[in-house]
Every structure is written in C-alpha cells, then in structure tokens.
Design a protein around this ligand. Structure first.
Ligand code: NOJ
Ligand code: CA
Length: 482
C-alpha cells in the first residue's frame, strides 16, 4: 500500500459488491442486463449496506470471453448503454455514498481491438511458429497464427485475446491514459484482471514441467507445466509502477492467481490482491485458519469466496455452509468482496443451451433474482441466460424474512463497523473455527456434531435461528458473540 492510499483508505474495511452487468438488471426488455438497470438497483446495495460496487467489464467486446476481450477500453458496450449512462450510474452511486470500481483488463485485448492492426508492435509475436511450449489457460497452445500476416501471436487465454507486450513503453502509456480517462469521470478504483500474466520472460524460455503442486486449482493440461516464464516475471514491477503512477490514490485490486506466498511483488504497487487460497481452501477449521493467518500477514488481502469464474458458494458448500462462509467473510478485517446473488444464496444454474462460455462458466453467471416471478424481476423479455430458481430464492422473498440469507448478510454488514483489530484465533473444539475481533468473537461450527462454544457470550448474529443454545453451537452453525 502506498502512503497516499493509507491516508485515503476508504476501502480499508470496505464491502465491495461485484456486479456482473449482463446478469444484474435489464432496463429495456432485451434480456441483457445494462447500466441503467444497475442504477435502478443502487438502492438495494445501499439497503444491504455495502461500500462499493465493482462492475465486471462494460466495454465494447465481441464477447469471446464475455467482455474480458475488450475492443475499446474507454467505451461502453451498446447493449449496456452509453458513457452518459455510466456517468449517471457513478453520480447516483456517489450520491448514496457508494464507490465505483471498474474492471481493467491490461494483459490482453480482443483480437478485434483496433490496436491489434494499428499497433502490432504492442503485442507479442513470433515469425516462424510457436517459439516455446507455453499453453493457454483455457487449454491448447498459447500461440496462434494470424491469418493476415502469417505470424504467430501469444495469447494467455482464448485465441481471440492476444497478449499485450508490457515491455513496450507505448503500451504502458496507453493504459495510463485509459486509467486517467476513467478516474477523471469519477471512478474510484479498478479490479485489475490477470495481472500476473502481464509481464513474461523477455527471452520467451520454455516453461518446465510442474514438479510440485502449484497451490491453487488449475485446468489439467495447463497445470502440467510450472508457469515460471509465461507468467509472474520478476520485472512485473515495471508494469505495476505504471498502473500506480496513472491511478494515483485510486484503489487497485489485483486479480493475481498465485498462492499467497507469491503476492508480495504485486502488493508493493497495488493496494490489495485477492486471496485465492482462501477462496479455494477446503471448508475445514484448521485449513481455513492457516490460510487466513498467512493471507492476513501484511494486510494486503482482498477477501473473496466467490466470483463469476467459480462455482457459486451455495453450490460448492451447500446452503448451511454458505451462511457460515458469509459470516466468516464479512467478519474479517480488510476489504471483502461479495458476488451478486450470494446475499440470497443463489446456486449455480444449468448454463446456456448451447453453452456460451467455452470454459464452462455459464452456470455461475445466471441472472440476479429480484422477485419471486418467472423472470425474477430481472427482465420483461427473454433473459440471455435462463433464471435458475426465482420462485425459491429472491431478494423480495427474503427481505424482512427472519433467518434468511439476505437478512444475515445485511446484519453482518451493519455490524462490521463495530469489529475492530486483527483476527486473534482462539482454541476451540474440533471443527470449530473461532477468533476474536476486539470485544466480538466469531465462532463457526463447520462439523456435523454439536460443539461447545469456545467462550461465553451472547449471540448478536446467528447463521440460523437457534444456532446457539445452552452454550452449544449447533452443527453447521455459527454466531457472532459479544
Ligand atoms: C479473469 C476473469 O475473471 C475471467 O473471467 C477471464 O476469463 C480471465 N481473467 C481472462 O481475462
Ligand atoms: Ca438491456
């Protein structure tokens, strides 16, 4: 964290709400979520009590990667609205005390971005076929032949997403302009996509075979190599310093898909980096305690348990554990990120038919369920992805309902400001994860047996009605105690 950011630090304990714009709220009946739709739902975020929202990409895009293939970094996709709609969203958010983060995608562009033809030297090329063994995250070689020139270009993700060459100062300058364009419009920060891919080995050496576990889940053929040259180059600071220089005090949250021990180079320049070891940890008391303790060191963790890339919490963990996860997440010190729909316990849906995302992530991206109605209050038209189960689960259905996930999230967010100091773990019965935050204690029973409360106290918030009785924590239940 820079000294300037430490002063500002509006985000120090902020709750940031991730909006997947295509699936949040449609305002014009075309079945696609849009910016006026987001603006119309700001009061939900205000009521929920979050501090900021992060918009997944809203830029013009051919949608090979649902917006993470950007064709214009300073524009708004027509199906989402106009720049004026975004200005309005920002103004209305600010009027409600909500900050706005955009998604910055610096590692690659869409192959249809004009830069690819106008500034080919801003990308990474090889003349005579793939120069090394690098593989793309979504499978297959990381090099593809450009039909027009016959040369080969590098892509860390889909072939429609050529990688930029951040060793070229013109690329760093171009992104500086992009950042300043948005901060001048009032944007408060950026979630920075795939930032560990931005700088790679200058001489393009082969990646060696993986000889030890990476520490986070990887697709199978991608995980066969140790990505020591294709990612996370020691000179990454060059790119990060350029981003920071342009961003000034704006919040920079790194999407760095690396184990905690390898995040230090990134948080020298960025404010925080997502704690992916936390997201992927088995939901067991000892493992969670270890990953939280490690990630909390240095206070640069952005806590996250779910996003548009991974199975939803309630699917991954089941409903009761999803409530425990919500309590854990929202009682940690530092910025925490919640993914739209987690506050009502949304599960994965069936995905598109035929599938839309080639990497199989449709199920985590179904529309937000606002009301118990066929199209969930999301659209008056045909939704781009079907609704999952709006009759069973919706904001309207849970608002004011005692014991609902939504009221649990709201209570936790409201109480968050009272939690002070670092996490101090306390010894507890097997399967119980327990820690102090100032005068509060968080006690979570992650197992199937009733367990004694680790300390005496009065439950202020419970993950379910009756979680605590006779100084005992029910199975799969938790409480915030004072
Ligand atoms: C991470 C994003 O969250 C994911 O959705 C995307 O496919 C990759 N980065 C590539 O931009
Ligand atoms: Ca729309």
């Amino acid at each position: 964290m820079t000294a300037a950011a430490a002063d500002a630090a509006w985000w120090a304990d902020a709750v940031v709400y991730q909006i997947y714009p295509r699936s949040f709220q449609d305002s014009n009946g075309d079945g696609i979520g849009d910016l006026p739709g987001v603006t119309s739902r700001l009061d939900h975020l205000r009521w929920l009590g979050v501090d900021a929202l992060w918009l997944s990409p809203i830029y013009p895009s051919p949608l090979a990667d649902l917006g993470y293939d950007v064709a214009d970094h300073t524009g708004v996709a027509p199906e989402y609205g106009t720049l004026a709609d975004l200005d309005e969203l920002i103004a209305e958010a600010h009027a409600r005390g909500l900050r706005v983060l955009l998604d910055l995608v610096p590692s690659h562009t869409s192959i249809e971005h004009p830069w690819f033809r106008v500034h080919p030297d801003w990308y990474v090329w090889a003349d005579d076929g793939p120069p090394n063994n690098w593989v793309a995250s979504f499978g297959g070689p990381a090099w593809s032949r450009d039909e027009l020139t016959g040369r080969w270009y590098l892509h860390s993700f889909y072939p429609e997403q050529p990688d930029l060459d951040w060793r070229n100062p013109a690329v760093r300058a171009a992104f500086g302009e992009v950042i300043r364009f948005w901060t001048a419009r009032g944007v408060d920060g950026f979630r920075v996509d795939a930032i560990d891919r931005v700088m790679k080995d200058a001489t393009l050496r082969d990646d060696p075979p993986a000889s030890e576990p990476f520490g986070l889940p990887l697709p199978e053929d991608y995980g066969a190599l140790a990505h020591v040259h294709s990612t996370d180059d020691p000179e990454i600071g060059l790119a990060l310093a350029a981003l920071r220089d342009a961003a000034g005090d704006a919040l920079l949250v790194g999407e760095v898909y690396l184990p905690t021990a390898r995040l230090h180079r990134y948080v020298e320049h960025l404010d925080v980096a997502f704690a992916f070891e936390f997201l992927h940890a088995p939901f067991e008391a000892q493992r969670l305690r270890a990953v939280i303790a490690e990630a909390a060191t240095g206070s640069a963790a952005a806590w996250v348990l779910s996003n548009h890339d991974f199975p939803r919490l309630a699917t991954r963990l089941g409903e009761e554990r999803a409530a425990l996860a919500g309590m854990l997440l929202l009682t940690l010190p530092g910025p925490v990120f919640i993914y739209q729909g987690d506050e009502i316990g949304m599960t994965d849906g069936p995905g598109g038919d035929p599938p839309i995302d080639r990497a199989g992530r449709d199920p985590h991206r179904h529309p937000m369920q606002w009301e118990p109605a066929a199209t969930g209050g999301f659209t008056t038209g045909e939704p781009w992805l079907p609704l999952t189960d709006p009759m069973q689960r919706s904001v309207g259905g849970q608002r004011g309902a005692e014991g609902s996930m939504l009221e649990l999230y709201r209570a936790l967010i409201a109480t968050r400001a009272e939690l002070t100091g670092p996490v101090e773990f306390i010894e507890a019965a097997p399967d119980v994860l327990a820690f102090r935050r100032g005068r509060h204690t968080v006690a979570l029973n992650l197992g199937f047996e009733p367990r004694p409360l680790p300390v005496a106290g009065t439950p202020e918030i419970e993950t379910e009605i009756g979680a605590v009785a006779d100084d005992t924590l029910s199975p799969l239940a938790g409480a915030l105690l004072v």
